[in-house]
Design a protein around this ligand. Structure first.
Ligand code: PDD
Length: 279
């Protein structure tokens, strides 16, 4: 039985109830985090806490929420679920109001939902992606629960047989619909710089830290979508997928020679090691 924690109360997921007036339901007025818990360790917890704080601040909800209390819920839920490896989903919405009104209610009681599902990390081999226009809104650094564009893009990628879509605005790479994007090129690792065009991924942060430690040239720079087929490799990253090598662009393009360079393997192996020790 999958358990969840809704507003501090732990119980079966299929018995948890929220109001249809919840602003998360009506407006997508909320933010979320996804964390990997592996062999008893919640990975990169401090970085997830910091990003949640940032998301809450950007939507003016930080004063109504205690991050310590949310992470205490996470720990209680993990203990109650007796899961040593799990995917943790947590979401905070601006709660329910008596009327459907776009403006914030005067009294806000956020809805805080945490779910832990059995999960174990898998290492994915070379994958294919599609390229698609980035149709999302302008504030993608907020980990918002308003994910309709991401849903439509991921569905399109999936129907094409791709793991995800590389997104671009006016021909410039932003990220993917559920992960950050990198390019290996002539011994350097390139990724678009942080801005409101993309989510500041926790895995992105860790990969850049590792790559620099390895003496790789790291360039946070704009990347033209046209240069992708000439790259040695494209890589996407997320907490749940880890580091994924991309060797094909559907329908019919190969990235570089279609091979995974040794530098990727080294980074991936180190990522597993470092992550486990990351606070
Ligand atoms: N997605 N960019 C987007 C748009 C994402 O949705 C995600 C993560 C990432 C990678 O972030 P991180 O390395 O912190 O997981 C980048 C999660 C896993 C999700 O929505 O399920």
């Amino acid at each position: 039985m999958t358990l969840c924690c809704l507003n501090g109360v732990i119980g079966p997921l299929d018995e948890a109830r929220i109001s249809p007036m919840d602003r998360g339901f009506l407006f997508g007025d909320g933010v979320y985090e996804v964390l990997a818990h592996v062999d008893g360790v919640t990975r990169a917890r401090q970085l997830h806490r910091a990003r949640l704080a940032q998301s809450l601040a950007r939507i003016q909800l930080e004063s109504a929420v205690s991050i310590d209390a949310i992470f205490a819920d996470v720990d209680r839920l993990l203990a109650a679920s007796a899961l040593t490896s799990a995917k943790i989903y947590l979401q905070v919405t601006r709660g329910a109001a008596s009327e459907r009104d776009h403006r914030f209610p005067s009294q806000i009681t956020p809805t805080i939902f945490v779910m832990a599902t059995a999960w174990s990390p898998t290492v994915l081999g070379p994958q294919a992606m599609i390229i698609a226009p980035d149709i999302r809104w302008q504030w993608n650094a907020i980990k918002s629960t308003s994910l309709l564009a991401n849903v439509l893009i991921q569905q399109q990628a999936s129907e094409a047989g791709a793991v995800d879509a590389l997104l671009h605005r006016d021909g410039w790479l932003t990220e993917a619909s559920t992960s950050n994007a990198f390019v290996f090129q002539d011994g350097a690792l390139l990724t678009p710089p942080l801005s409101d065009r993309l989510l500041p991924g926790i895995t992105r942060h860790l990969v850049l830290e590792l790559a620099r430690k390895h003496g790789l040239t790291v360039l946070e720079t704009e990347i033209s979508i046209d240069q992708l087929p000439q790259a040695d490799l494209v890589m996407i990253t997320s907490s749940t997928r880890g580091l994924v090598p991309i060797t094909r662009l559907l329908p019919d393009q190969t990235i570089g020679r279609g091979e995974v360079p040794a530098v990727f393997e080294t980074l991936q192996a180190d990522y597993q090691r470092v992550l486990h020790a990351h606070p």
